[in-house]
Design a protein around this ligand. Sequence first.
Ligand code: GDP
Length: 428
Amino acid sequence: MPVIAVVGALWGDEGKGHLVDYLSRDAEIVVRVQGGDNAGHTVVNEHGTFRMHLVPSGIFNPRTTCLIGAGTVVNPDTLLQELGELEAAGVDTGRLLISDRAHLVFPHHRRRDELEERGRGDRPLGTTRRGIGPAYSDKAARIGVRMGDLLHRDWLHRRLQQAHAALAARLRALGEEPPPLEELIERCETWRERLKDRIVDTIPLLQAAIRRDARVVLEGQLGAMRDLDWGIYPYVTSSNTLVGYAAVGAGIPPQAIREVIGVVKAFATAVGEGPLVTEVHGELAERLRRGGPPEGWEFGATTGRPRRCGWPDGVALRHAAWLNGFTALAVTKLDVLDGLEEIRLCVGYRLPSGEVLTHVPDTPYLEQATPVYERLPGWAGPTADARRWEDLPEAARRYLQRLAQLAEAPVRYVSVGPGRDQIIEVGP
Ligand code: GDP
């Protein structure tokens, strides 16, 4: 079976966790490939409703090994808390392993995130203040501390000394005194005790599974519009959300990935700052935000912030499809569009000069762009009970086919509710 990558096609929150949970039923390994505990992948299944921050959404299958990949940044405190919550709900977490190359997020990263975001005044980036950006910048500056460092006492102390010197300069520039070095050392000792058995070199595991042709699922975080290079910079995350990075973040050759599933919500949502060309306000926004059952409502899973909502953006979808080479789409939250008389699908961005673009330009252009809509008929619904393609109203199928045409990839999964049984598999 091939390696399947599941990546976000839009601004994140497309329902990747929901799909990964579904695909994990027969996966041998699921790997979270990038990002940190700023993720909030919602999974609704027979165990309950969970917001997965760091633990891969495959943890609910007792036969699946779950890896937190080298491309992630891990706050051990929140990870331990998440593991505790899963265990309290009766989920066995014994198969959760962490790459020795994954970087650590310390409390001082969070503090820096908060101070830096505050320093941006009325032009914030909209970060989740979880320290993810500062941890990735330390990684790039070669002063990060990694999971594997916890296992080597002398080496760890040397790494912490270096990190501490840089951190002290950073925090003082922001008007704060750094924590004493001893505090960092003690914290790492505690983390080592609690996590040492889970820290591994993930390469042999993945190599063996891929050589055996076992199913491996790669779980991405956020979406193409928040990609560090190709998203709406600077309103992006600090890692790459595209499939190219999924290979790096997991530690596998790119050509081992045979399927790339782009998860796309049936309408647009974004949490935080940055341009959202199809944004709507008022009654329609509220309807999209609170459509379907409450566990799927559009409030940030990590921060509780209400998500901005808009009409579906086919230009953003095409952008993501090109950059990722989707082999298939998974369209989620179709049920939320039930009852709308018409669907406005954005197929172009009009610039003040009158020029209409069908690709996503750089952010300064995007900020001035207005949407060019194609109008498609809506459907009455409800679709939540549909279990086969044929059960969907014809207008809904036409809408899905139009998305497939824009992405140049077939719709393979359609989700009509947050439950595991509400995913429809579409035949060829
Ligand atoms: P992720 O970060 O990509 O995993 O997405 P989130 O979990 O942040 O956001 C997706 C939200 O939509 C979650 O609350 C899901 O429970 C919910 N959801 C996913 N698919 C559907 C669907 O088909 N219909 C409805 N109504 N909700 C869905």
